[in-house]
Design a protein around this ligand. Structure first.
Ligand code: SF4
Ligand code: MSK
Length: 654
């Protein structure tokens, strides 16, 4: 087994990996060593979509291939390595889009239920956002009630999933030039489900067999995620649960409490989490917990549900993706309550060594060996109470083998597009003007979105930390979502004081003036749509070009693992943003497909992919891209002047 330090840079994680090994509990870090990645699948050179295969079409390593050899390197059906590679890639994007889309669809239907009064316990929290959306869609406001307006919005949004023709409504939010480009290239999505279905059809055996055409269809289906399913989910969640505002919280396994009933909610959709926040504070439930010998109920989050509860309520976060099983290992967790996406089946096996109850709550996601307690949105309070009661009942089963790592870090989260607008511009003239001005004058060199998961094939949290530190040191403001946001928060980058400690002088001066951390938490992975909205707002504010691809911005996912991350990357690239992924790259076995993604896409979309597993080098690629855009905008000179001033100031200070 590898040295434990080779697995994570997070002390709480290392401590729990060691405890797991002492307790005989298997966790993901160990499985990643015993279950090696398949090198052929990893490079995208295996096709298994029909029963004539699987067909493996790897290029010979370390020697030139003759034309004859190359001609023979095809699947049984004759599919070329390019077709196979592109098909695999597009299928992953379709799966990611389907997952975000299904989340968005559930939220749209839930929104409609709330508006109709069929989901007691929930109501419209952000009236301003509701009315703004109504105006965007031309829905009459007049003297209608919020609920009447919301019913119209809900129906319109539900319709986006099954729509067969036309264009997704949210595409109209993009800069005009970008909208035209999508139309000209034939990638403007019609509806969400139709694009997923078409991508699955195109990639079926014997259908689309032109790799460039396949990859273009990958852009179309990904745009149905970013400007469709994900954006719908974020917007409607904000209206019902409240648009996030800056909140203070704590993060890491140290947020679990020795004497409380500990409950972690893990997954993605926030309806149950929202109700859990209420039920955990219910005097009757607290009394019930006390009757079992606990001091109270401690609710924390894991992965993206954690982000949802954090952003809107400041609830503590127990950890990111690779820490989920380690929460069981503390021996202090009464229930891990899960819904959909990123929930490791290994949780059940790990829990067998402790008393933790793994409770699945969604009809779409059951796990063998877990307890299934269906969460019913129409009877939310009572069905949540039943879940909390089951956790409390389990407190008496807690053994003596309890060790909660003493690590937790303070963090500020809650930076929606609206709060950035407000914080930068002020309440009475909320605007992106100060952000754009600071980019133009060079104090802020550019903006980077660093998002995505953890992956045990790379050192846990390290890729994120090295990349983010390199970016902010070079005056790049960093926006984060998902599990990468958590990695930064654990390391202390999401507090205002981090600006003076880690940021370059230009970025630090802006952060200090506004009271912002240099790294902003924008929410869950579904909320990457907030980054699209923020980028569009920067374009519309003026002075930084007339399309997203003109902006000095870049994206990255240094530790990605999920298909959703690929869908996100593809919609970000398709929206005009240079994006670099770490760990491994699913088309690396095919030169032509990789070149199309890494080079040719730029001439079509103004954005392209890159693969660089070294996080510092990846950050430098992002900075070089930002500088290229600054030069094209003619604002590179301004930055040089500021740098000179700062260098002088440093020299004076030393
Ligand atoms: Fe092999 Fe072609 Fe079937 Fe793929 S579709 S498994 S390449 S025969
Ligand atoms: S939870 S998709 S591991 S970010 Fe959204 Fe984290 Fe990636 Fe899941």
């Amino acid at each position: 087994m590898a040295e434990k330090e080779a697995r994570s840079i997070d002390q709480a994680t290392l401590e729990m990996i060691e405890k797991a090994s002492q307790d005989g509990a298997r966790v993901v870090f160990e499985r990643a060593e015993t279950t090696r990645a398949c090198p052929i699948g990893q490079e995208g050179s295996c096709c298994s979509i029909c029963a004539m295969g699987p067909c493996r079409v790897m290029a010979p390593k370390g020697k030139e291939e003759t034309l004859e050899e190359r001609r023979k390197r095809v699947g049984v059906c004759g599919a070329t390595p390019e077709t196979i590679s592109a098909r695999n890639f597009v299928r992953k994007i379709a799966a990611g889009t389907a997952s975000h889309g299904d989340h968005g669809r559930v939220i749209a239907n839930f929104f409609l239920s709330v508006a109709k009064g069929e989901a007691p316990g929930y109501q419209i929290k952000d009236e301003m956002k509701l009315l703004q959306l109504a105006m965007d869609f031309g829905i009459p406001i007049g003297d209608r009630t919020n609920e009447e307006i919301a019913i119209d919005i809900g129906k319109l949004m539900v319709n986006e999933f099954g729509k067969q023709e036309g264009e997704l409504l949210f595409l109209k939010r993009a800069p005009l030039k970008r909208q035209k480009l999508w139309r000209d290239l034939g990638v403007a999505p019609r509806g969400i489900d139709i694009e997923v279905a078409e991508a699955m059809h195109r990639t079926h055996m014997g259908t689309d067999q032109d790799y460039k055409d396949l990859l273009e269809s990958g852009v179309k289906v990904a745009l149905a995620d970013g400007w469709g399913g994900s954006m719908i989910a974020t917007e409607l969640q904000d209206i019902i649960f409240g648009t996030p505002q800056p909140v203070l919280s704590q993060i890491n396994l140290g947020v679990l409490k020795e004497d409380d009933v500990n409950i972690i909610i893990h997954g993605h959709e926030p309806q149950l989490a929202e109700m859990l926040v209420r039920v955990a504070q219910d005097p009757e439930m607290i009394e019930y917990a006390r009757s079992k010998g606990a001091k109270g109920i401690n609710l924390a989050g894991m992965c993206c549900t954690a982000n949802e509860m954090l952003m809107r309520h400041g609830e503590p976060v127990a950890g990111n993706f690779l820490q989920q099983e380690l929460a069981n290992v503390t021996g202090a967790l009464e229930a891990m309550v899960v819904d959909v996406q990123c929930i490791m089946q290994g949780l059940v096996d790990t829990a067998k060594c402790y008393h933790t109850k793994i409770i699945t709550t969604d009809a779409r996601a059951k796990i063998q060996g877990a307890t299934h307690m269906l969460f019913d949105e129409r009877n939310a309070f009572e069905s949540t109470k039943a879940i909390v009661r089951a956790a409390i009942d389990n407190y008496v089963n807690r053994g003596k083998n309890v060790r909660i790592p003493k690590y937790s870090s303070p963090m500020v989260a809650g930076f929606s597009h609206e709060t950035i607008n407000y914080l930068m511009g002020g309440m009475f003239r909320a605007s992106y003007r100060p952000l754009n001005d600071n980019i133009i004058n060079g104090r802020i060199r550019g903006v980077a979105g660093v998002v995505g998961c953890n992956n045990p094939r790379t050192l846990h949290d390290a890729g994120n930390l090295e990349m983010v530190k390199e970016l902010i040191k070079n005056d790049v403001l960093v926006l984060q979502t998902g599990c990468m946001a958590m990695a930064s928060a654990k390391a202390g980058l999401m507090v205002p004081e981090a600006a003076a400690k880690y940021a370059g002088p230009g970025l630090a001066s802006v952060c200090e003036a506004v009271g912002l951390p240099p790294v902003l938490h924008l929410g869950a992975c579904i909320d990457n749509s907030r980054i699209l909205i923020a980028a569009t707002a920067m374009v519309k504010e003026g002075g930084l070009g007339d399309d997203i691809s003109d902006l000095p911005v870049a994206g990255a996912a240094p530790e990605w693992m999920s298909e959703k991350a690929l869908a996100i990357g593809q919609y970000v690239v398709g929206s005009g943003i240079f994006t670099v992924f770490g760990v491994n790259w699913p088309t690396v076995g095919n030169k032509e497909v990789s070149e199309y993604l890494f080079k040719d896409m730029e001439s079509r979309y103004g954005g392209m992919w890159a693969f660089e597993p070294d996080p510092v080098k990846a950050a430098q690629l992002m900075i070089a891209h930002i500088d290229k855009k600054r030069k094209a905008l003619g604002i590179d000179q301004a930055r040089e002047r500021v740098l000179y001033d700062m260098a002088m100031r440093r020299a004076l200070e030393s």
